[in-house]
Design a protein around this ligand. Structure first.
Ligand code: PPS
Length: 290
């Protein structure tokens, strides 16, 4: 079954939500970049908002010490969903953007190792389960209550951001073209401080011990959940159904085990596991493996 045109449109083989336009996304390959730009790229539900908050805390002292009350989404805007029609060329440098774009639709100038990209992946069973719950919460996504049906859509890449495996393998196999740092959700979960330090090193940002402590403290699941700047709670009511979930839902590793039946897990493995094993990533599937 094809996704409903009320929710998604396709551009160059990639599904976008209808809260952006084909005219706009088709300009992004020519989007002008600065060498100081930072792009956070992810497949949905892989730890985007988490890393977005970490980047905001690392880059902006006023966020770290609480003197600036700016929502992460405003601070680090979505490249392909420019909902407020901002002139991105006018943003102060260094600009930080977040995107779900595949490697082949990203601004062309990022090739030749210009600017900095951070790409975060997460084990795809947790991605899929998180996505399933998210599609009930987000009014811009088609709500599919039948998990089996949602899984088939996910496996076929007929969801926003298309195929998970194509997204991840595309970015990894073109790593040489970019100045890119790869992180996983699970390594952030295992040792958040090390992940923060890795990001600082990659971006050449020197923070004191206390500043790193402050970033780590404000980026834990529990603290982010309470932080209106970081938890996306200020999204307009027409965009989300606040009775049906939250951006920060469980924040753990292995929640797929509470959602997938044995048969569904077998089906998932049958379709994707061979390709997953070919990726240069050792996925962690269970919280006890951390
Ligand atoms: S989106 O819609 O693509 O931007 O979603 P994304 O932010 O990529 O993914 C949402 C999941 O990330 C979890 N999350 C966190 N986990 C651990 N620690 C922190 N601080 C954190 N912040 C967000 C969030 O809970 C979603 O996962 P699930 O499994 O649904 O809980």
């Amino acid at each position: 079954m094809e996704p409903s045109k009320d929710y998604l449109f396709k551009y160059k083989g990639f599904y976008f939500a209808v809260n952006t336009t084909l005219e706009y996304v088709s300009t992004l390959e020519d989007f002008e970049i600065n060498d100081s730009d930072i792009f956070l790229a992810t497949y949905p539900k892989s730890g985007t908002v988490w890393t977005q908050n970490i980047l905001s805390l690392i880059m902006y002292e006023g966020h770290r010490n609480g003197t600036e009350n700016i929502d992460t989404m405003e601070r680090i805007p979505w490249l392909e969903y420019n909902v407020n029609d901002k002139d991105y060329a006018q943003l102060p440098l260094p600009r930080v953007f977040v995107t779900h774009l595949p490697y082949y639709l990203i601004p062309r100038d990022l090739r030749n190792k210009r600017a900095s990209i951070i790409y975060v992946t997460r084990n795809p069973k947790d991605v899929m389960v998180s996505y399933y719950h998210f599609s009930k919460y987000m009014n811009t996504l088609e709500e599919i209550t039948d998990f089996n049906l949602f899984m088939e859509r996910f496996l076929a890449g007929k969801v926003l951001a298309s195929s998970w495996i194509d997204h991840v393998s595309g970015w990894y196999s073109h790593a040489e073209d970019f100045n890119i740092l790869f992180l996983t959700y699970e390594e952030m979960k295992k040792d958040l401080r090390s992940a923060v330090l890795k990001i600082c090193k990659f971006l050449g940002k020197k923070l004191s011990e206390e500043e790193v402590d402050s970033v780590v403290r404000q980026a834990t699941f529990e603290n982010m959940r309470k932080d209106p700047r970081a938890n996306y709670e200020n999204l307009p009511d027409d965009l989300v159904d606040k009775d049906k979930g939250a951006f920060l839902r469980k924040g753990t590793v292995g929640d797929w085990k509470n959602n997938m039946t044995v048969a569904q897990n077998e089906r998932f493995d049958q379709v994707l596991m061979e390709k997953i094993k070919a990726l240069p990533i050792s996925f962690i599937w269970d919280i006890n493996e951390l």
